[in-house]
Design a protein around this ligand. Structure first.
Ligand code: ZN
Length: 171
């Protein structure tokens, strides 16, 4: 497992796996995916859903996009990752997504990490740590799976969106 982070921002205090942290500069291609995630998170926000989004790429093309829809469906299964995985299965007509990469605005929970691992996706990118439900930073899961790469790319805008959402909710 390898964690990357951007040069901006400090060391995340909850990240326990410091020895795996590497410096990493975002290339433009990745910036486009990050921008898309932000757009999807804002869409979730506008529908009173917790602003969490996900996209899946195949051969560097986006094949599935989604955002959290827990409120809409009254179901704790409707996380952005699960919805995106279902769309990717349909699109590629397969249950093995080993040539795909998944980008998530927030660190995956245990359920979604399990689903991602079962899909055989080998590259996970996420933009924000989840200190309450995150599989890595809260539950300290360190999957020992061959070739599985987990990249944390810190993105302040994503975090701010979540913070604002919960602030507004408390009012
Ligand atoms: Zn989840």
């Amino acid at each position: 497992m390898i964690f990357f982070r951007t040069r901006s921002g400090g060391e995340p205090s909850s990240l326990k796996i410091r020895s795996h942290v590497r410096w990493f500069l975002i290339n433009m291609n990745q910036q486009e995916k990050i921008d898309k995630l932000l757009e999807l998170s804002k869409l979730a926000y506008s529908q009173n859903e917790v602003p969490i989004s996900c996209l899946i790429t195949y051969q560097n093309k986006i094949i599935a996009t989604s955002y959290n829809q827990i409120e809409k469906h009254n179901s704790c299964f409707e996380h952005a990752e699960i919805i995106a995985l279902k769309k990717a299965y349909e699109k590629l007509n397969t249950k093995n997504l080993n040539d795909c990469e998944i980008y998530i605005s927030l660190e995956p929970c245990l359920m979604c990490l399990g689903a991602i691992i079962n899909s055989h996706i080998k590259k996970i990118y996420f933009l924000c740590l989840d200190n309450k439900k995150g599989a890595f930073s809260y539950y300290n899961i360190q999957p020992s799976i061959d070739n599985l790469e987990i990249h944390y790319i810190e993105n302040k805008e994503t975090k701010e969106l979540l913070t604002n959402f919960f602030k507004t909710l408390r009012k």
